[in-house]
Ligand binder design. Structure first.
Ligand SMILES: *Cc1c(COP(=O)(O)O)cnc(C)c1O
Length: 375
């Protein structure tokens, strides 16, 4: 009774979701801090005063939430700790919301990429992209990373000169944590010959760059964001993208052909409250970035290689950058799990030496560094 399509799927495997009470969970890049107090208050008030609205369908376009998101982006400068204002105003018709950014990505794959030409992406990037490629029958052209683990932009640009569906990449990239510059992204946009360039900025709020300012000049740029990492909201499921209004209309057409109501009333309400309280999250993101850099320094002193991260996670291996690691990622994972820390490892010829560690609270990272310094 099962379709051939289904039999050929290889689903995404997320980080283990074991009971948080038994482990310090540093394996899915979740935020260690609770949401802003105002968000919990809004949720309590909703249940007390507005519970009746649960009987009705939510706003299919999340209009109030899109307004709140646009206001936050304009006030903050596009990311939580931006150093400058955006060169233009983000308007609500440039925002599309979905049930987590994974769902937004699904609509993006459907709306912009075709089955008759390959989608270009780095060999190592968010591992959900190949899963969607398979789901939608879009062939992939995977470009190896450079020896320093950064994205090989010149090779991406040559690939764009052949017939293709477009380009997708997480920036900063996952699982490396390394970011491309806006000059690199602009070079990709210029060479994409009108095909979509999707920049997944799931982690941009922990760094200091966003490609948002390029939306002014490139109508083929789609920027994807999630509430799951910097906004302490992974359990609520909210993601969005920012693009030109024509691209947002295309995504709405795809959404309305699949699920009219991806964002529920409670999430729309709490999501708007998150936006109004963005400075709380800016403070947490800069604290996480500072704890990340302290952790990196400690580990490097003890002979670990730590890739230069602009995110809330680090990729690490024991030993020198060019040399084979002293332990496999699987071994480090197992040792740390026995000591109560859950991290993530990736099988494979290039990534097998590494573990990826989410940056938790300062206290959690001190405890973890104590263990790793003795390994
Ligand atoms: C975590 C993550 C996502 C998924 O976010 P959700 O909003 O929780 O679905 C998407 N892209 C990247 C690169 C991520 O790391």
């Amino acid at each position: 009774m099962f379709s051939k399509k289904l039999q050929n799927l290889h689903p995404y495997v997320p980080g283990e979701q074991l009971p948080a009470c038994n482990y310090i969970k540093l394996n899915a890049n979740e935020n260690p801090y609770p949401p802003a107090p105002a968000v919990s208050e809004i949720l309590s008030a909703f249940i007390k005063d507005k519970a009746a609205s649960m009987s009705l369908y939510p706003d299919p376009e999340s209009a109030d939430l899109c307004k709140a998101l646009a206001r936050m982006l304009n006030e903050s400068g596009g990311i939580l700790n931006a150093s400058a204002k955006l060169p233009f105003n983000v308007t609500e018709d440039m925002i599309f919301c979905g049930n987590g950014s994974d769902e937004v990505l699904s609509f993006i794959f459907y709306s912009f990429f075709d089955a008759d030409a390959p989608l270009i992406l780095p060999r190592y990037t968010y591992s959900f992209y190949p899963v969607y490629g398979e789901y939608y029958g879009i062939p992939l052209k995977r470009i190896p990373l450079k020896p320093d683990w950064s994205v090989d932009v010149p090779t991406v640009i040559s690939a764009l000169k052949e017939p293709c569906s477009g380009f997708i990449c997480a920036n900063p990239n996952a699982p490396t944590g390394i970011a491309l510059t806006n000059e690199d992204i602009e070079a990709v946009l210029k060479n994409a010959r009108g095909r979509a360039v999707v920049i997944d900025e799931a982690y941009a709020d922990f760094g200091n760059t966003t490609a948002l300012s390029l939306l002014d000049r490139y109508d083929n740029l789609i920027i994807v964001r999630t509430f799951s990492k910097a906004f302490c909201f992974a359990g609520m499921r909210l993601g969005f993208c920012i693009a030109r209004p024509e691209a947002v209309s295309a995504l709405k057409k795809a959404k309305n052909s699949f699920n009219h109501f991806p964002v529920d009333v409670l999430t729309q309400c709490a999501g708007s409250a998150v936006c109004k309280n963005w400075s709380y999250y800016a403070d947490k993101a800069s604290r996480i970035a500072a704890d990340r850099d302290i952790f990196k320094n400690e580990l490097e002193k003890a002979g670990w290689t730590v890739l230069p991260s602009q995110t809330n996670f680090v990729m690490v291996k024991k030993g020198k950058p060019e040399a084979p690691a002293e332990f496999s990622g699987a071994f480090v994972y197992k040792q740390l799990k026995e000591r109560g820390f859950l991290v993530r490892y990736f099988e494979g010829p290039d990534t097998g030496d590494f573990v990826r560690i989410t940056v938790g609270t300062g206290e959690q990272m001190r405890l973890l560094a104590d263990i790793m310094l003795k390994m």
